[in-house]
Design a protein around this ligand. Structure first.
Ligand SMILES: NC(=O)c1ccc[n+]([C@@H]2O[C@H](COP(=O)([O-])OP(=O)(O)OC[C@H]3O[C@@H](n4cnc5c(N)ncnc54)[C@H](O)[C@@H]3O)[C@@H](O)[C@H]2O)c1
Ligand SMILES: [Zn+2]
Length: 384
C-alpha cells in the first residue's frame, strides 16, 4: 500500500475596490482591472431594478467599453431579488449566454445588482467552464457591506437557503457607493445589520463608532453610510482572506453570528422575510441568549438593543413563535439545519463583549424559549 500527499495551494488575489460612477469614461478603475487580468471580452449582467433606477447606465457601460477598446459581448438585463434564487432558471440562462457568446475562462462576467442577483449570476459564472472570471458590482448596502465581498454564491433548493452553490473568489469586487442612493431606504438601513454583526464579532471600536453614528446611519446620510459600508466590507474581506479558512472547511463561522435562527426564520416565512431583517432578529436573539448563558453583561446587550432601535432594525418576528405538532418551537430545528449546512460539529458564535465572540457547541432550548418570550414581550411594549 502506498500513499502520496500533495498539498495544493492556489494563491488568489481578492481585489476589493471602492469608487463612485464606476462606468464614467473618466474612471479608469474597471478598465485597469480588466486589462490587469489580460482577458478582453466581457459579458454584463445588470439587475432590472438597477437599470430602472439608473436609466443612463446601460448606455454608459456601452460607451465605457467602446472608449476602452474592450469587447462587450452584451448587456443582459434580468430580474433580481430573492425570486432570482428561487430556482435554477437564471443560472441556466447564464450558462446559455456564456456558451453562445463563447465567454471563456479568460473572459469576464460583470454582474451589477443586489446580493440575490450576485449569488445567482455568480453561481452560473462559477460553474460555466468550471469558473469564468466574475467581477461583482454590488448595488445594495447588504451586498456592499457583506455578501458582495465574500467568496460564496448559490441559489435556494429543497426549500432551503443557498443549498446549491460554490466557493469561488471573484476576480474583483467594485463597490460603487452611488448605487446605494436609489435603494429603498428601509431595505438599505436593514442591510447595515451585517456591519453591526461584523463589528460585534470582530471590532469593538467599530461598534462604538456605529453607536455614535446610529442616528446618521438611520437617516442614511451618505458620509456615515459609506464609511460604515467600507469598514464592514474590509472587515469581512480581511476575515475571509486572512482568517485562515476562506472556504469554510472548519466549524467556526464568526461571520454567521445570528444566522442560525435567521436562515430558519427566512425559510419559515417562505422567504417573505428578507435576509437582512431575519439577521437583525436572529442577532438580537443571540445577544439575549449570550446574556442568559452568562457570557455577555446586560449593559452591553442594552447598548446593542439601543443601536437596533435607533436604526429601526427589527427585533422580533412572529416566525419565532411557530410550533410543530409536538409543541416544539420550529426555529429550534434551525440549529441542526445550520450544523448540517456548514458540516462538522455544531458551532455557534455568541458574544462575550462587543467585538469579542466565543464559539459554543450547544445551545439550551429552554433558554432560547425564554429569550423568545422576552423578545415578544419587548416587541409588544414597543408596539404598544
Ligand atoms: N453569498 C453570500 O455570502 C451571502 C451573504 C449574505 C447574504 N447573501 C444573500 O444576499 C441576498 C440578499 O441581498 P440584498 O439584501 O442585497 O437583497 P436583494 O438582492 O434581494 O435586493 C433587495 C432589493 O433591492 C433592489 N435593488 C438592488 N439594488 C438596487 C438599487 N441600487 N436601487 C434600487 N433597488 C435596488 C433589488 O431588486 C431587490 O428588490 C440573500 O439572498 C442572501 O442569502 C449571500
Ligand atoms: Zn448574512
Amino acid at each position: 500500500m502506498e500513499r502520496f500527499d500533495f498539498p495544493i495551494s492556489i494563491p488568489f488575489n481578492h481585489r476589493v475596490c471602492f469608487t463612485r460612477e464606476a462606468f464614467a469614461v473618466s474612471n479608469p478603475l474597471v478598465q485597469d482591472l480588466l486589462v490587469e487580468g489580460g482577458g478582453r471580452r466581457a459579458l454584463v449582467y445588470l439587475e432590472r431594478s438597477v437599470a430602472d433606477a439608473w436609466p443612463m447606465l446601460e448606455g454608459q457601460i456601452s460607451a465605457y467599453f467602446a472608449q476602452a477598446s474592450l469587447e462587450l459581448c452584451g448587456i443582459e438585463i434580468k430580474d433580481g431579488g430573492e425570486a432570482a434564487k428561487a430556482d435554477d432558471s437564471l443560472v441556466r440562462a447564464v450558462w446559455d449566454k456564456i456558451e453562445k457568446e463563447k465567454i471563456d475562462r479568460h473572459s469576464y462576467v460583470l454582474c451589477i445588482g443586489g446580493g440575490a442577483f450576485l449569488d445567482a449570476i455568480g453561481f452560473g459564472a462559477a460553474t460555466a467552464h468550471r469558473g469564468v472570471r466574475l467581477m461583482r458590482f454590488p448595488t445594495t448596502t447588504l451586498s456592499q457591506d457583506d455578501s458582495g465581498v465574500g467568496v460564496k454564491n448559490g441559489i435556494n433548493a429543497f426549500g432551503k437557503k443557498n443549498w446549491v452553490g460554490s466557493f469561488a473568489v471573484p476576480y474583483a469586487v467594485v463597490n460603487d457607493f452611488l448605487f446605494l442612493r436609489t435603494q429603498d431606504p428601509e431595505i438599505s438601513r436593514q442591510g447595515l445589520i451585517e456591519a453591526i454583526k461584523v463589528a460585534l464579532v470582530k471590532d469593538g471600536n467599530f461598534f462604538a463608532w456605529i453607536e455614535e453614528n446610529a442616528a446618521a446611519l438611520a437617516q442614511l446620510l451618505p458620509d456615515a453610510l459609506e464609511e460604515c459600508v467600507k469598514r464592514s466590507a474590509l472587515l469581512h474581506a480581511r476575515h475571509i482572506a486572512l482568517g485562515g479558512d476562506p472556504y469554510e472547511m472548519g466549524s467556526s463561522r464568526p461571520l454567521d453570528f445570528g444566522h442560525w435562527a435567521a436562515h430558519k426564520m427566512e425559510q419559515l416565512s417562505s422567504f417573505t422575510l428578507s435576509h437582512a431583517a431575519a439577521v437583525s432578529v436572529g442577532l438580537w436573539l443571540d445577544v439575549n441568549y449570550s446574556v442568559k448563558a452568562g457570557l455577555l453583561d446586560a449593559s452591553s446587550a442594552a447598548r446593542i438593543g439601543e443601536v437596533l432601535e435607533i436604526m429601526e432594525l427589527p427585533m422580533f418576528h412572529e416566525t419565532l413563535l411557530q410550533r410543530d405538532a409536538h409543541g416544539k418551537l420550529k426555529v429550534l430545528t434551525g440549529l441542526e439545519e445550520f450544523r448540517e449546512h456548514l458540516g462538522g460539529r455544531l458551532t455557534v458564535l455568541l458574544l462575550r463583549a462587543p467585538g469579542i465572540g466565543v464559539d459554543v457547541h450547544e445551545m439550551n432550548a429552554n433558554l432560547i424559549e425564554q429569550c423568545i418570550e422576552e423578545m415578544q414581550y419587548g416587541a409588544l411594549q414597543v408596539n404598544g
